[in-house]
Ligand binder design. Structure first.
Ligand code: DX5
Ligand code: ZN
Length: 223
């Protein structure tokens, strides 16, 4: 019998109660989160603002689970070290706003962190061709970045498939995460296309029972 392939689940604290963040992190860790996804927004690269390294450092002692930090900031380079120091384990930078993203990814690796590359809905998969040797994770945005609670963009499914082929052909162990609009319906479509990590904000923190929400997502996304 073939082994069930189960995606990793990374709750996004963007949809958590900001007045109660420590407890919100504890709750999803207790309830089965694999990673914690932390969305950093600057009001410039994306039309919303969240938090910076201070928040990440403050949450760091709540858990040993990997902190998956998604930087939606421009410029990002000047802040990489601060996020590494604050306790990020994975640092995602966007491919869209940095002509020297190759160097940025090397910098993240040199700091001992896992480099991730995030890609917006309008960006073709080929944009990642020359950084595949540098990344551990590809974060496919399945909504336009900036806000939680948006609708999953079905148009991104072929991109996930292409990136899965490119990642496999690279011979490196690269995870493909999906970020935005993931729920029990879209989870299975994303993993069938090749994703093996799912970020979920609303479909976890927007529910009363986080444990049930995480379990349902994991089951829905299992192949
Ligand atoms: C959007 C963020 C996402 C967001 C997803 O810019 O990158 O991580 O939290 O939220 P949901 O799961 O509600 O679409
Ligand atoms: Zn995100």
């Amino acid at each position: 019998m073939s082994q069930l392939k189960t995606p990793l689940i990374a709750p996004s604290i963007l949809s958590a109660d900001f007045a109660n963040m420590g407890a919100e992190v504890d709750a999803v860790v207790r309830d089965g989160a694999d990673w914690l996804h932390l969305d950093v927004m600057d009001g410039h690269f994306v039309p919303n603002m969240t938090f910076g390294p201070g928040m990440i450092a403050a949450l760091r002692n709540r858990t040993d689970k990997p902190f998956d930090v998604h930087l939606m900031i421009d410029p990002a380079d000047a802040f990489i070290e601060a996020f590494a120091k604050a306790g990020a384990d994975h640092i995602h930078v966007h491919v869209e706003n940095n002509p020297h993203v190759h160097r940025t990814l090397q910098h993240i690796r040199a700091l001992g962190k896992k480099p991730g590359i995030a890609i917006c809905p309008a960006t073709p998969p080929e944009a990642l061709e020359y950084v595949l040797d540098l990344v551990d994770i590809i974060l496919v945005m399945t909504v336009n970045p900036g806000f939680g609670g948006q609708k999953f963009l079905e148009s991104q499914l072929p991109k996930i498939r292409t990136l899965r082929q490119m990642a496999d052909a690279s011979g490196r162990d690269i995870r493909i995460g999906v970020d935005g609009g993931i729920d029990v319906t879209t989870a299975s479509r994303a993993t069938a296309a090749g994703a093996d990590m799912m970020v979920a904000g609303t479909s976890i923190y927007g529910q009363d029972d986080y444990a049930a929400a995480i379990t349902s997502l994991r089951q829905a996304g299992s192949l």
